[in-house]
Ligand binder design. Structure first.
Ligand SMILES: Cc1cc2nc3c(=O)[nH]c(=O)nc-3n(C[C@H](O)[C@H](O)[C@H](O)COP(=O)(O)OP(=O)(O)OC[C@H]3O[C@@H](n4cnc5c(N)ncnc54)[C@H](O)[C@@H]3O)c2cc1C
Length: 286
């Protein structure tokens, strides 16, 4: 039996799952929380409601609707998608495989606002440990983050780098980092260097000399997930064709992560299109 995994349980992910499940495909949604709708107090521009509805209420209605159809839900944070015969999804809830994947992870995350971070992108600042660890073999690096995603990236890096330091930019770590890794919780003033990153300067004027920084702030964003598997992105958005297929066959994207129009109506449409396209893709595989 073919399997589809949808990452994200917002309007795009739920909409995609409704189409894939009703087409008879085993469908699992892996999601962290209810996404952007949690912040939307009143919605009155979406079809079919006499009175404004709260974002939380609308999100929960979507979860119940998909659950009623038999969509499986796994609560967890996805760290990476790769491909080996099948798609492999690594998450805090374990490893999953699928024949097709739909990424519906919401609004692209912007880089944390730290002086120097943009300036050194591609010159020591990386957003993808799997992609770039090799370039830092035997070097001293820092991982910027405090939580599950930072720990995951650290595990990718430790076997190749000389040493790694976690820098949390003022956040308290929510996970236990390995004993041989120092953790600096000071706020960062700036990232500096010459033609490449050379140091991180903290607000207490101390400096950490490093040759690379891996940004693993918060949850893995859509473009980080896309980059690991090699799907094309532009300005943090995942690039798709009109059928919502990315540049990787069988990998689809929908909703705010494609960066077109940050509205529920668009997310639902793209989810429906990604779902039907994924079903067609799987039927062609038989
Ligand atoms: C304050 C506010 C008010 C809004 N008001 C309106 C409005 O009135 N009308 C309107 O049309 N739109 C409104 N929007 C926009 C609307 O909420 C979004 O366009 C819509 O929710 C996008 O749907 P999505 O499924 O693409 O992403 P989201 O709804 O953001 O869902 C993303 C999903 O991906 C999951 N996820 C992300 N990363 C990972 C990961 N690494 N691992 C596992 N899961 C992950 C999240 O947990 C979530 O389940 C509003 C947004 C905000 C913030």
């Amino acid at each position: 039996m073919k399997e589809i995994i949808v990452i994200g349980a917002g309007p795009a992910g739920i909409s995609a799952a409704l189409y894939t499940k009703r087409a008879g495909i085993n469908t699992t949604i892996i999601y962290k929380d209810i996404g952007a709708l949690a912040k939307a107090e009143h919605i009155e521009n979406y079809y079919g409601f006499r009175e404004p509805i709260s974002g939380t209420e609308l999100a929960h209605a979507g979860l119940v609707q998909a659950d009623r159809l038999g969509v499986k839900f796994v609560q967890g944070e996805v760290f990476s998608i790769s491909y080996m015969d099948k798609f492999v999804i690594e998450s805090s809830a374990g490893e999953y495989t699928a024949d097709s994947v739909i990424v519906a992870t919401g609004s692209p995350k912007s880089a944390p606002k730290i002086e120097g971070i943009k300036q050194f992108e591609g010159k020591g600042v990386s957003y993808c440990a799997v992609c770039d660890a090799f370039f830092y073999r035997g070097r001293e690096i820092a991982v910027l983050g405090c939580c599950d995603f930072a720990l995951h990236e650290l595990h990718e890096l430790l076997p190749v780098v000389r040493s790694a330091t976690v820098i949390t930019n003022g956040d308290e770590p929510t996970v236990k980092f390995p004993k041989n890794v120092s953790v600096i919780t000071q706020k960062i003033r700036r990232i500096g260097g010459d033609d490449r990153v050379r140091f991180v300067e903290f607000v207490d004027n101390t400096r950490l000399e490093i040759e690379g920084i891996f940004v693993a702030y918060g949850v893995a964003g859509s473009s980080q997930l896309a980059k690991v598997i090699g799907a094309a992105t532009e300005n943090n958005k995942i690039i798709t064709d009109d059928n919502m297929e990315t540049t990787i066959p069988g990998l689809f994207a929908a909703g705010d992560c494609t960066g077109r129009m940050f509205q529920i109506a668009r997310a639902v449409y793209e989810g429906a299109m990604a779902g039907t396209s994924a079903v067609k893709f799987l039927r062609r595989q038989k």
